[in-house]
Write a protein that binds this ligand. Structure first.
Ligand code: MSP
Length: 519
């Protein structure tokens, strides 16, 4: 049987500044899905990268007295090191300055020309160098970009135009046929409204700079940065020359992007693909934005939290967990160190940590540190718990299918919570005193199984925690590649396996934090 493929991408980050927690949020979310698909038997290809031809990148390099290429080399190295430090399992880091990307972009322009979708015209308008987008004068606020608050510049150029207006109907049909192609629904509605409001042709070339990809056959024109950037999704997998690799993974199963750029991905990108005669992506997910203590993350505000420094302090897995399980990915969310500590202590240190600690201590005390045999017959008291455990895979999988990270982990924590309550309701210490060995063994076996399942399901979000938990449960190959849905079956823990002494995975954070201060 051939392995199903799963191609997943993040947006490529502008190379003009260092990665912040908002970028990390998108990378970690994408990584959770990529890891989940891998352990479910998919041949996953995960691409991320850097967007290097923006006017802001050129300006920043100039400020630093560097050439754009030299500056971008440094930034690309910083991005890759950051994602590696956060345990992001990307397969490809695509840079738009790569030769293969230039080649792919020129091929897409050629195809659009051949389809009659590109023509020459004159453009005059207000341009924001941060959005890389034109605005109407009426959209500006005191002459500034409505998004960035920075001065918009007047551009007047002879440009090549792409006939975006021609694609309104085909785009509406694409979305209408399979609405879940754009998630969440709020984003889909926005996109549909924009299309219904009428699409204008867009200018797709610039003559104001030298840092970019030359137009084929007219090299004084450079390809507009958004047209170039979107092509990363196909250049990353070998378009147009490595046909076999490209055809193996295209179309992408999902592009994960922020809500600010969902429109580019759901309007311009599919139109470009249609023009080039290529299949369209199966899904675009437009996630919400992260703020820091209620404030927009911005360099000028000086509230940029370095995700690597933060996770060095508190642990990469804990950072990943709190960021994704603690927020609704579809909506806007806020991050603060106080909120982090609170969720860390309640979910990781208390709920999961206590269950592991108490269970292993009892197994050591009452069963000589060996997994005890459960009774052959299921006790009626245990049925609701077993049912919940057996339903976990479907619930978890369905939630992740919709990028509902908090929902998926709420289901896992509900079982953990049940485990903690089960300890209270069954009181193993009393069973021990009363010599009810069979029931005691069953109770402890069930608790260990809940912990084994928890260890399995935390893998996508806390990949380094799974082997640590499995090792404590006595697994002889804690680092093995997991295989779902098999691992989610109840009752796989081998009886007689020797458990380890309980060691805290997430020690409680006892720390007074100054309110109102973003660390
Ligand atoms: N270069 C373009 C994307 C081109 S994709 C063909 C870009 N770059 S970016 O650096 O500004 O943003 C990269 C990604 O990070 C985008 O998906 C963006 O929405 C996301 N985020 C940037 N700030 C964010 C938050 N504060 N919160 C969550 N996501 C954020 O746009």
């Amino acid at each position: 049987m051939t392995q199903p493929t799963f191609y997943i991408t993040t947006a490529i980050t502008y190379a003009n500044s260092r990665p912040h927690i908002g970028h990390a949020y998108e990378e970690i979310a994408t990584d959770v899905i990529a890891r989940w698909k891998r352990v479910n038997g998919y041949d996953v290809y995960f691409a991320t990268g850097s967007d290097e031809h923006s006017a802001n990148v050129e300006a920043r390099a100039k400020e630093l007295g560097k050439s754009p290429r030299e500056f971008c080399d440094e930034m690309a190295a910083i991005f890759q090191a950051t994602w590696a430090a956060l345990n992001i399992s990307f397969d490809r880091f695509i840079r738009t300055s790569e030769e293969v990307h230039h080649h792919a972009s020129q091929e897409m322009i050629r195809r659009a020309f051949a389809a009659g979708d590109i023509y020459k015209g004159h453009y005059e308008g207000w341009y924001c160098n941060s959005c890389n987008n034109y605005y109407q004068e009426s959209d500006l606020k005191d002459g500034n970009c409505p998004q960035h608050g920075t001065k918009a510049v007047r551009l007047s150029e002879e440009n090549y135009f792409f006939k975006l207006s021609r694609f309104a109907q085909p785009l509406l049909e694409w979305i209408g046929k399979r609405p879940e192609v754009i998630l969440p629904e709020t984003r889909r509605n926005e996109v549909v409204n924009v299309i219904k409001g009428g699409l204008k042709d867009i200018s797709v070339s610039r003559t104001t700079s030298t840092w970019g990809i030359p137009f084929p056959d007219d090299p004084k024109h450079l390809i507009y940065v958004w047209f170039d950037a979107l092509i990363n999704y196909i250049s990353a997998i070998g378009f147009p020359d490595d046909k076999a690799h490209f055809m193996k993974y295209w179309p992408a199963q999902v592009h994960v992007v922020g809500k600010d750029i969902t429109r580019f991905h759901c309007i311009i990108w599919p139109a470009m693909l249609m023009s080039a005669g290529l299949p369209l992506p199966e899904r675009v997910y437009g996630h919400g934005f992260l703020s820091l203590k209620g404030e927009k993350i911005s360099k000028t505000r000086g509230n940029v939290l370095d995700p690597v420094e933060f996770s060095k302090q508190y642990g990469v897995d804990a950072f990943r967990y709190v960021l994704l399980a603690g927020n609704n990915f579809a909506a806007d969310s806020d991050f603060s160190e106080e909120g982090f500590v609170e969720l860390y202590n309640s979910d990781l240190a208390n709920d999961m940590g206590n269950l592991l600690n108490r269970t292993l201590t009892m197994v050591e005390k009452y069963c000589q540190g060996k997994v005890p045999p459960p009774a052959a017959e299921t006790s009626a008291d245990d049925v609701p718990m077993l049912e919940e455990a057996r339903a976990l895979f479907d619930k978890f999988n369905a939630a992740l299918e919709l990028f509902d990270f908090s929902g998926a982990y709420a289901a896992v924590w509900s079982l953990i919570d049940r485990g903690n309550k089960y300890i209270e309701s069954t009181a193993p210490w009393t069973l021990f005193k009363q010599g009810q060995t069979e029931r005691l063994n069953t109770v402890l076996y069930n608790l260990l199984e809940i912990l084994r399942l928890a260890a399995m399901f935390v893998y996508p979000i806390m990949p380094a925690t799974t082997p640590r938990m499995l090792a404590q449960l006595g697994d002889s190959a804690p680092d093995r590649v997991l295989q779902f849905p098999m691992e989610a079956r109840w009752g796989l823990l081998p009886v007689g396996q020797t458990t380890a002494k309980a060691a805290p995975l997430f020690p409680r954070i006892e720390k007074e934090l100054a309110p109102g201060k973003v660390k």
